[in-house]
Design a binder for this molecule. Structure first.
Ligand SMILES: Nc1ncnc2c1ncn2[C@@H]1O[C@H](COP(=O)(O)OP(=O)(O)OP(=O)(O)O)[C@@H](O)[C@H]1O
Ligand SMILES: [Mg+2]
Length: 1045
């Protein structure tokens, strides 16, 4: 024991190739120790060994997927994801179709492994709406197929009862496009019979547990599974399995895949029919002829089946209870005995179900298939039923184990035999490793002339009495001395006593153990015959799906040719499968079952050892250790890695082998890592290959950068050159244009200079013929002529002399405009002067007075405009003519300037009284009208100022100087009808006599002096003002208001 203790820690031995010392015992120990630590995956090179943990492990999380995505195979812990990743990368990057072969006995974890591989690939390949749909459809095909094709067996609660090979197709980018599923021989005998402790296919239990009351009613089913003989067993439900939830999952999956609701209903109807067929009971009787006959014992079930599939119960009853036999040209209807009837019924149920399963697979294929024409790469995942050894093994086990035998053969061929043969062929030094080659067993079964399957077919087709005894006898005869064949007879012949081998059996020494097969049912199952009456009845049904399952039921297509036997069909499809697998790069997952009780983490060494032995793991390790992980033809090797060598890149001129040698020499790998065969290079450890790949990846990146660089450089260069060319063209045009302009300019200048020079020359030459300065003279002559003409014309055309006429002829030339304007104003002023000179003196004086009035009042007092029409008479009282005014006349004498009647306002009460007013060149005299004697005589020098209002009234105040004699009485408030004239004349008189201007206030507020003090006078615009002048209102003793309009 000590000697076999592994040197390395079990956890560190991820790859059994590293195991030292290598023995069965150390190998087993390592597997056990790793298993105990939860490391269920271990490598032998790139073969993954997976030991079923029988419990969920936390190693399939999305984080794990990320960890293994693009990982270095040997840098991470062994995992199924690593092999999936390796296969996927190899497919995507090296363009090699892959297949993943998952082998192991029933319950070893193949189906789980295949699902893990699929889900990993789905998780790492790119995402997108279309891609996700494809991925989802591919993944969802699993629950549907498992429901219909898996069942609980003694060895596995979810045992695959059919073989499945799924090709997942990818495009060149590694995105999944779709897939194709192939199914292999469903174990249909399970429909009608299953061993105690097992179950029928999951779908029946799922349908009954999960179908709604309405659905069950529609399918004419009852929820109680004990009601159905086909389902009877100890228990219908499985611990830890929720059939109802699974049924919902199956329904969801079908809708994801694209099943229409009608298709789902039809599928479930046919499933229900299969189940209900088991309830059709027959009762026996005898016909008059003494022939046995059978009939339906209870018509209810048949009636319901008829309703479900749209068929007359009578037709179905006839097909179940009788049989049409064709003898020469006659057809005879013979009755069936009860066992024959039951046989027919069960055959029908089995046939319907297995055909339904085939339909299901092809329906899924229709959804997931890839449109033709697309170039694709393929990854095949094979999950086939595992090797089985039961107490009682029948035809199905024989077929299943044959298939496993073939898979083992592939493994042996590719990993052990071919590999070793190749070393020898290639001239590599090699010590052969012994291994068990199972071709002999395969040959025993499948040899087309003398194999067991061929014998079985022969028996089935042989006319005369055919039964299993004759078949067994034949085998015993043929294989009497075969090492892998045993039966009671051959044992007897060899004088071997073995009670474990019953008479009706034969035993085959399979690679995985000896299996005893009971030949009972071999012929029947191989023939797989269905009475024609039954298939015709099914074809006659109105149910579209069921009808399509039985095309041979069409009487038009009836043929007497026997269909191929189940065994030969299976052999052919296995051969196809093998061919398919051989064409791809294999990746192995070898599943090991650690115990028989499905117990979590229980490791039974004997059981595992047996599997290690028959799986040939020891030999695998040995070959792997001594052998080379990788080989490739020199040509392809050089093509792939030539960029790593300076001599081989970019072109190698010599032979491929010399190139590979030169390259590897340059890369300096240890010599023991490499071997040079005749046509291929061999690399010992995957590590070296990975190293090579890594270097290639890096170099490819460099080269890609180089190419990018060159392309970018080229692009920039061409762009630059184009721009430069364009720029040259542009600047050429521009310069040309500029030069042309410059030239034109120069030409113009030259011509000008030429003209001047020529002119100058000509002038110089002709000067003697011309007077100097003739042009100036001419110009001034012309000028003068024009002026003369203008002035003469003007004199002839003078406007009228009326002062108001301001017309004037325009200037004929622009240069005369200023002169013309000047002449116009001179003429106007002259006209005015002339007019003034012609005026008589009185009129002139009057106009002067008017002018003076305008200067004093224009725009200042509203009364002024009214005064314009008034002729200033001055003497409104005729002093000379009226004798009453003689005294006054005497006072005024010939100094009188103005005589008029005014109203004097009493300062005490505001009342106005009429007065005569005389203005002489020296005095202002006020007199009473009656007495006509001067009452007040004011010297003009005493008048300090005069105040008038802004309005159109005749109110005025004479402010007297304080020093004057009349001042004691105060200022005079007068109202005159000729106010403007009076004040103007007063001003003129003052100006004439004392050259002093009258101080005139035009205001709304002023104060006057009176005997009692100052009175503030406010002028108020009011409607109450009288029509004859303003109304003065006394307000208190010191205020007075003058109401005016
Ligand atoms: N990696 C795993 N982790 C946890 N449990 C697992 C694992 N692999 C398998 N099992 C358990 O083992 C059971 C059997 O596995 P599976 O159905 O894959 O076996 P199989 O090899 O396909 O058998 P058969 O040949 O009968 O179809 C699963 O139902 C599951 O409970
Ligand atoms: Mg399985």
């Amino acid at each position: 024991m000590e000697a076999t203790e592994p040197l390395l820690d079990a956890a560190a031995i991820g790859d059994l190739v590293l195991l030292d010392p290598l023995s069965e015992d150390s190998l087993l120990r390592t597997l056990r120790e790793r298993f105990r630590r939860g490391d269920i995956y271990t490598y032998i090179g790139n073969v993954v060994i997976s030991v079923n943990p029988y419990q969920p492990l936390p190693i399939y999380t999305p984080e794990k997927v990320q960890e293994y995505h693009n990982c270095n195979f040997f840098a991470v812990k062994p995992h199924i994801y690593a092999i999936a990743d390796d296969a996927y990368r190899s497919l995507r990057d090296r363009d090699r179709d892959q297949c993943i072969l998952i082998t192991g006995e029933s319950g070893a974890g193949k189906t789980e492994a295949s699902k893990l591989v699929m889900s990993y690939v789905a998780a790492v390949c790119s995402k997108g709406e279309e891609v996700d749909k494809v991925k989802e459809q591919l993944l969802q095909s699993n629950p549907v197929l498992e429901a219909f094709g898996n069942a609980k067996t003694i060895r596995n609660d979810n045992s695959s009862r059919f073989g499945k090979y799924m090709d997942v197709e990818f495009d060149f980018k590694g995105e999944p496009l779709g897939g194709v599923i192939s199914n292999y021989l469903l174990e249909k005998s399970r429909i009608v019979r299953h061993v105690k402790g097992e179950r029928n296919f999951h779908i029946f239990y799922q349908l009954l547990a999960g179908g709604s009351a309405q659905l069950l009613q529609q399918l004419r089913l009852r929820q109680d599974c004990q009601h159905y003989p086909y389902l009877r067993g100890e228990s219908c439900s499985l611990p830890g399995v929720d059939d109802a939830a699974n049924f919902r999952a199956v329904q969801d999956a079908m809708s994801v895949i694209g099943f229409s609701p009608t298709e789902v209903t039809e599928l479930l109807q046919v499933t229900a029919v299969v189940l209900k067929l088991g309830n059709v009971e027959l009762s026996g009787s005898y016909q008059a002829s003494g022939m046995e006959a059978c009939s339906i014992a209870e018509p209810q079930e048949l009636q319901e089946i008829g309703e479900l599939i749209g068929l007359e119960p009578g037709t179905l009853e006839q097909a179940l209870c009788s049989r049409t036999v064709k003898a020469r040209d006659e057809t005879v209807l013979t009755t069936l005995s009860v066992p024959q009837g039951y046989y027919g019924r069960d055959a029908l149920a089995k046939n319907i179900y297995s055909r339904l399963f085939d339909w299901l697979v092809s329906r899924i294929n229709t959804s997931i298939q890839v449109k033709p024409g697309k170039q694709r790469k393929v990854m095949g995942v094979l999950d086939i039923y595992g090797f089985e050894i039961f107490q009682d093994n029948g035809f199905e086990q024989f077929i299943i184990n044959y298939c496993n035998e073939k898979l083992q053969q592939i493994f042996i061929l590719l990993t052990l035999k071919e590999e070793q043969e190749e070393y020898v062929r290639e001239g590599i030094q090699w010590t052969p490793v012994e291994f068990f080659d199972n071709s002999i067993i395969c040959n025993l079964i499948e040899n087309s002339k003398s194999g067991i399957l061929a014998m079985l077919d022969e028996e089935c087709l042989r006319p005369g009495v055919v039964n299993e005894d004759t078949f067994l006898t034949k085998l015993n005869l043929l294989f009497a001395t075969h090492k892998h064949y045993e039966s009671k007879e051959t044992q007897n012949a060899r004088r071997v006593m073995d009670t474990s081998l019953p008479p009706q059996c034969f035993r085959i020494h399979h690679y995985a153990g000896k299996v005893t097969y009971n030949v009972t049912g071999f012929i029947e199952k191989n023939n797989d015959l269905l009475f024609r009456d039954l298939s015709q009845a099914m074809w006659a049904a109105r149910h579209p799906l069921l009808r399509s399952l039985f095309p041979e039921g069409d009487p038009q297509k009836a043929s007497l040719k026997l269909p191929p036997t189940a065994g030969s069909q299976f052999k052919a499809s296995v051969a196809m499968l093998m061919k398919n697998l051989y064409s791809k790069n294999p990746n192995y997952i070898r599943c090991i079952k650690p115990n028989e009780t499905k117990a979590a983490m229980l490791f039974t060494p004997e059981l595992v050892l047996a599997q290690v032995r028959y799986l040939g793991l020891m030999e695998n390790v040995l070959v792997r250790r001594a052998g080379y992980a990788f080989r490739q033809l020199y040509g392809s090797f050089l093509e792939r890695y030539k960029m790593l060598g300076s001599r081989t890149w970019p072109r190698w001129a010599g032979t491929d082998r010399a190139g590979a040698e030169a390259l590897l020499q340059e890369l300096a790998f240890p010599a023991e890592e490499l071997a040079f065969g005749h046509t291929k290079i061999f690399i010992r450890s995957p590590r070296t290959l990975f190293d090579l790949e890594r270097r290639r990846q890096e170099r490819v990146v460099q080269l890609a950068t180089l190419i990018q660089k060159m392309i970018r450089g080229w692009r920039c260069r061409t762009r630059y050159q184009l721009m430069r060319k364009s720029q040259i063209i542009l600047s050429a045009w521009f310069r040309g244009h500029a030069q042309k302009n410059k030239y034109k300019q120069m030409k113009r200048s030259a011509l000008l200079i030429q003209a001047y020079v020529r002119g100058w020359k000509v002038r110089r030459a002709y000067r003697r013929y011309f007077r100097a300065e003739a042009s100036t003279r001419l110009a001034s002559f012309i000028y003068r002529q024009l002026v003369q003409k203008f002035l003469m014309g003007l004199s002839r055309n003078l406007p009228p002399l009326a002062v108001m006429d301001r017309t004037w002829p325009p200037a004929p030339y622009k240069f005369l405009a200023a002169a013309n304007q000047e002449l116009r104003s001179i003429f106007y002023r002259w006209k005015c002067k002339k007019y003034r000179e012609e005026l008589p003196p009185q009129r002139k004086a009057l106009l002067q007075t008017k002018l003076c009035a305008s200067e004093l009042f224009k725009d200042k007092k509203m009364l002024y405009p009214k005064s314009l029409q008034q002729p200033f008479h001055g003497k409104y009282l005729d002093l000379t003519q009226n004798p009453k005014y003689q005294k006054l006349h005497a006072v005024a004498k010939d100094k009188l300037v103005m005589a008029d009647t005014v109203r004097k306002v009493n300062r005490a009460n505001g009342k106005a009284v009429p007065r005569l007013l005389l203005l002489t060149t020296e005095h202002l005299i006020l007199a009473e009208p009656k007495a006509a004697q001067p009452k007040t005589v004011l010297s003009l020098g005493d008048i300090r100022s005069v105040s008038v209002t802004r309005f159109s009234d005749g109110f005025l105040v004479l402010h007297l100087k304080e020093t004057c004699t009349g001042a004691a009485k105060g200022d005079f408030l007068l109202v005159s009808d000729h106010l403007i004239e009076l004040v103007t004349r007063l001003h003129q008189t003052l100006m004439d006599t004392s050259a002093q201007a009258l101080v005139l206030h035009i205001t709304d507020q002023f104060s006057t002096r009176s005997q009692k003090g100052d009175v503030a006078i406010t002028v108020v615009e009011s409607a109450k003002a009288g029509t004859n002048g303003p109304v003065c209102k006394k307000r208190g003793s010191h205020r007075m208001e003058v109401l005016v309009h």
